[in-house]
Design a protein around this ligand. Structure first.
Ligand code: IMP
Length: 187
């Protein structure tokens, strides 16, 4: 599985998700580390757990079981400090039910963090990489982005993720994929 730095290599690595935004960001980020990924569009069953890492690693094992090729899966959560980390692992459900308007009414201007866990599985090795970005919930919906991007303001920024041009250079996803890439290239 050795991959060199420089031009992206054609590899047998897949990114399993039903979310094309996540895949598009992950593809760009991994390309910057010289790793190519292919989209494996699939709705994977999610176990109920308070641990993103447990959720992601179970999904990676399931994805490998279906695909039979080395695969990564990402699970994320938006954690609001004053809400005891809510919605955390339930971020997807909360987004679908109350959306950004609902989150604003619960947590306007409150410190929060985004956490990403990337889990890899190839049937033999299973490994997870976690990273976070601190920030806060904005005071209004700003910018044209997906998910919570229009209401998340990263630390030291005045702009939301949706307004920023360099989200992919600083995000939770970037940091977790950077850790994954350093490991993957040495395997
Ligand atoms: P899951 O990992 O698919 O369960 O995603 C958790 C929730 O967080 C979903 O509602 C996503 O839309 C949202 N989410 C994850 N990453 C991001 C991001 O980078 N920007 C905005 N929303 C995100």
């Amino acid at each position: 599985m050795k991959v060199g730095v420089g031009m992206p290599q054609s590899s047998d690595l897949y990114f399993a998700s039903s979310n094309k935004h996540k895949y598009q960001e992950a593809k760009k980020i991994l390309q910057s580390f010289g790793i190519d990924v292919t989209f494996y569009k699939i709705e994977l069953e999610e176990i109920q757990s308070d641990s993103l890492s447990e959720i992601a690693s179970r999904k990676a094992a399931m994805a490998f079981g279906k695909l039979g090729k080395p695969v990564i899966v990402e699970d994320d959560g938006l954690f609001v400090d004053s809400l005891g980390g809510f919605p955390g692992p339930y971020s997807s459900y909360v987004f679908r039910t109350i959306g950004n308007k609902g989150m604003l009414s619960l947590a306007k201007n409150c410190p929060a963090k985004f956490v990403s866990v990337i889990s890899f599985s190839d049937g033999n090795i299973s490994k997870s990489f976690e990273a976070k970005i601190d920030g806060k919930i904005s005071t209004g919906i700003r910018g044209d982005g997906w998910g919570y991007d229009p209401i998340f303001v990263p630390h030291k920024s005045k702009k939301t993720f949706a307004e920023l041009e360099n989200k992919n250079d600083i995000s939770h996803r970037y940091k977790a994929l950077k850790k994954f890439a350093s490991w993957y290239k040495l395997e």
